[in-house]
Design a protein around this ligand. Structure first.
Ligand SMILES: [Zn+2]
Length: 304
């Protein structure tokens, strides 16, 4: 064989080997996805809303290519310390009623597990999250909205504000009745509490960036949200999602210690990374999903 032919053969083998490798690597990965609002006709300045049709297509793709498991199952696999593959968790933050109606109930009807992390102060109230109040108040409805810069500046300040300062920074003076913004009610939580495909987790009481609060406030946010949910669903709540969830910013060592003291089993964050048997149960990486068509969603999943 001439050298050039040999070289071509080697190249082909390398290419095929790469394809094989990438396929086997793909199969090996585990990850947790993070959704917030699943609703139609809404432009979200935080890019956390996915439309209903795109959401369902994304889930169908995941269901065909991975094994979708509950957060409790993923935690058990991590605790077992032996390698595992191809597992995905679907999680929702903030407990929007629209998400419950459009996504979580649909997933349960398809026998697909998911976890919903609820912020307890908003349950059974018509109160909006501060970012939704601000979106309404500043009339933010698209990427060219006049007040978008003002929104971003205020949002940055409110995220880390103390409780009093936060109240001073935004007004709740907005008509609060749209299910794309309001949270689930006690009755709606009771309805899903016994569903084997839905896990209810805590997302604090008031959605503060916990690392920016005193230890006393951190403890209240963690313990009171856990107790309030347990009183509603009559079973232990052991999974937590840090509000905003950025590592080295929105939670700290004290937060993790308090979660352990309050008998939590896991906590998820918003930094990106895969899950493996070496994952830290109190810093579980997630990937936030944006509104996107199926093809770009597949690219996004392939890049995880
Ligand atoms: Zn949140």
């Amino acid at each position: 064989m001439k050298y050039s032919n040999l070289s071509r053969t080697q190249n082909r083998i390398t290419l095929e080997y790469r394809r094989f490798l990438s396929k086997s690597v793909l199969r090996q990965k585990n990850f947790i996805l993070n959704y917030h609002r699943v609703a139609n006709n809404f432009w979200d300045p935080n890019y956390t809303t996915v439309s209903v049709d795109n959401f369902k297509r994304q889930i169908d793709y995941l269901d065909q290519n991975f094994e979708i498991v509950s957060i409790g199952h993923m935690c058990n696999l991590i605790k077992n310390k032996s390698p595992f593959h191809n597992k995905v968790c679907i999680t929702f933050d903030d407990g929007y009623r629209s998400t419950q109606e459009n996504a979580i109930n649909w997933l349960a009807s398809q026998k697909i597990p998911s976890t919903t992390y609820l912020t307890t102060a908003l349950i059974d109230s018509s109160q909006y999250y501060w970012w939704d109040c601000l979106t309404e108040k500043l009339n933010i409805n698209g990427p060219k909205s006049e007040n978008l810069q003002q929104y971003r500046e205020l949002a940055k300040e409110i995220r880390t504000a103390t409780p009093d300062h936060r109240t001073a920074l935004y007004s709740k003076n907005v008509k609060q009745e749209d299910s794309r913004f309001t949270a689930v009610s006690v009755d709606e939580i009771k309805d899903i509490a016994t569903n084997p495909y839905i896990t209810i987790g805590a997302h604090s009481v008031n959605h503060y960036s916990l690392a920016h609060q005193t230890i006393g406030i951190q403890q209240t946010e963690i313990a009171v949200s856990k107790r309030a949910l347990e009183d509603i669903i009559n079973k232990a709540v052991t999974h937590f999602a840090y509000p905003y969830g950025s590592r080295n910013f929105d939670y700290n060592k004290d937060t993790i210690e308090l979660l352990k003291l309050n008998n939590f089993e896991s906590s998820v964050i918003t930094n990106h990374g895969r899950i493996s048997s070496k994952s830290n149960l109190f810093e579980l990486f997630r990937f936030g999903v944006r509104e996107q068509e199926l093809n770009s969603f597949i690219d996004f999943i392939n890049e995880i």
